[in-house]
Ligand binder design. Structure first.
Ligand code: HEC
Length: 130
């Protein structure tokens, strides 16, 4: 590796590491369940851990609508009780805030096709160097 590209490598590595730290949710976790301690977490702990481990909840990532679908599914098929409307909204607020689908902090979003080189250029480059 040339010195310049080594320097680039380490700068990038350090920046990515810093970004991963900045991205981490710095709020405290409940030692018992690992739930993020934030508004409404105790309602979620009380209602979402009697039947299964909290792990099932904290390892899942979903948007609000999908969380609601999971709750409806458990209500239909797993004897989950129905919640007062306000309680349900608080549970969904909490889940959607802390267990939303994640973007990986280690990869940027894919380039838009307009920013990509024309499909033929790779093959042309190869011919030139051969
Ligand atoms: C009355 C019992 C009961 C309660 C209370 C309950 N669940 Fe479940 N839940 C289940 C059962 C049973 C399953 C299926 C478990 C399995 O497949 O091993 C399940 C599965 C899940 C799954 C996995 C779904 C999947 O697609 O894999 C998630 C996430 C989940 N529950 C979240 C919650 C949340 C959030 C709450 C609180 C709002 C909650 N559960 C409360 C019974 C319950």
């Amino acid at each position: 590796m040339r010195a310049a590209s080594k320097g680039f490598f380490w700068t990038t590595a350090v920046l990515l590491f810093a970004a991963s730290l900045a991205d981490a949710d710095e709020r405290a976790l409940d030692p018992e369940t690992r739930f993020v301690i934030d508004e409404h977490w105790e309602i979620v702990k009380a209602n979402c851990t009697p039947c299964h481990s909290a792990k099932l909840v904290v390892q899942t990532r979903a948007d609000r609508e999908t969380w609601l679908e999971m709750i409806r599914w458990m209500q239909r098929t797993q004897n989950l009780w129905t919640f007062p409307t306000e309680t349900e909204a608080q549970i969904l607020d909490y889940l959607a805030a802390h267990y939303a689908p994640t973007r990986s902090s280690f990869r940027r979003a894919p380039l838009s096709p307009s920013l990509m080189p024309p499909a033929t250029s790779l093959a042309e480059n190869r011919l030139e160097t051969e």
